[in-house]
Design a protein around this ligand. Sequence first.
Ligand code: HEM
Ligand SMILES: *[C@@H]1O[C@H](CO)[C@@H](O)[C@H](O)[C@H]1NC(C)=O
Ligand SMILES: *[C@@H]1O[C@H](CO)[C@@H](O)[C@H](O)[C@H]1NC(C)=O
Ligand SMILES: *[C@@H]1O[C@H](CO)[C@@H](O)[C@H](O)[C@H]1NC(C)=O
Length: 267
Amino acid sequence: MHSFRPTVLLTALAASCGLVQAQCPSVWTDVAAELKTTFIDSSGNCNDDARAAIRLAFHDCFPGACDGSVILADECTDRGENTQMIGICSTLGTMASNFTVGTADLIQFAAAFGIASCPGLPSIAVKVGRTDSSTANAAGQMPGANDNATSIVAAFAAKGFTSTELVALVGAHSAAKDLNGNGLDSTIDDLDTNFYTETAAGTAPASLNSDISMSNSSETKADWNTFGADASSWADAFVPAMEKLSLLGNDASSLTDCTSVITAAFA
Ligand code: HEM
Ligand SMILES: *[C@@H]1O[C@H](CO)[C@@H](O)[C@H](O)[C@H]1NC(C)=O
Ligand SMILES: *[C@@H]1O[C@H](CO)[C@@H](O)[C@H](O)[C@H]1NC(C)=O
Ligand SMILES: *[C@@H]1O[C@H](CO)[C@@H](O)[C@H](O)[C@H]1NC(C)=O
């Protein structure tokens, strides 16, 4: 005889009628606890692992889909644009095995967690349920630090992003360091708008030529100055653009929302 499980039945019925969302699997609460000790240093600031995780989300998604291939197909070790992230690729690859979660999901979850760890922005929504792939994406698709605004705008347009979304996303460099450890703005632990104003004024400790070009090109300059002058306009543009990036190549309607796990970890 079948055991009758009314809760399961009702949950399934409600879900199929669109009444409730699937619950975020509880393992993500354990992942969040480990990321908290991994990303936040003893003085409460976000650390280099948090910065690298934010960047890794971009590098996994942009060449094709957010599919974990940056780790699973060794794009991290094989491609020059990723070698600064070998450490975080290794950490997150091991963590995905330890917790038995998807690699693509963990990369995006870790980026959202990194964004929550470096103060300045509201939480971004994060979903899980992506399909992992160990097939490498075509090489040569990442924009480079010496590319100009025109070519970066075109590269983002080819992936479905407007120049405004591009300028908003690159504000993640507000929490970035260069190879010498210098910040791309003076407030490296914060996701704030000093990156925009200091890059445009030439007063940042270090700047990428790509960012200087975007601060000063007719295609991107207006958005650059708007975000530099108004933190809430940057947040309003960054959050949906980062959420869009985190879903590239995936069907969002089939994914499960785990945003509450991140907000709970910082409550
Ligand atoms: C638009 C074109 C972009 C270019 C050319 C670019 C290039 C770079 C480069 C070269 C670095 C390393 C800094 C150095 O070694 O001097 C870097 C760091 C970083 N990038 Fe980008 N990036 C771009 C867009 C983005 C986007 C869209 C995001 C995230 C949404 C992002 C997030 C980061 C972060 C967080 C770091 C810091 C990593 C760390 O300090 O370990 N970047 N980027
Ligand atoms: C993975 O699990 C092993 C064995 O428990 C542990 O030593 C290691 O620190 C874990 N690594 C990560 C990144 O969670
Ligand atoms: C931008 O870079 C592209 C590709 O390298 C080049 O063809 C173009 O002339 C550059 N444009 C400007 C304004 O420098
Ligand atoms: C910005 O662009 C203008 C016009 O192309 C140029 O004269 C100026 O030198 C540039 N400034 C910087 C900081 O690159």
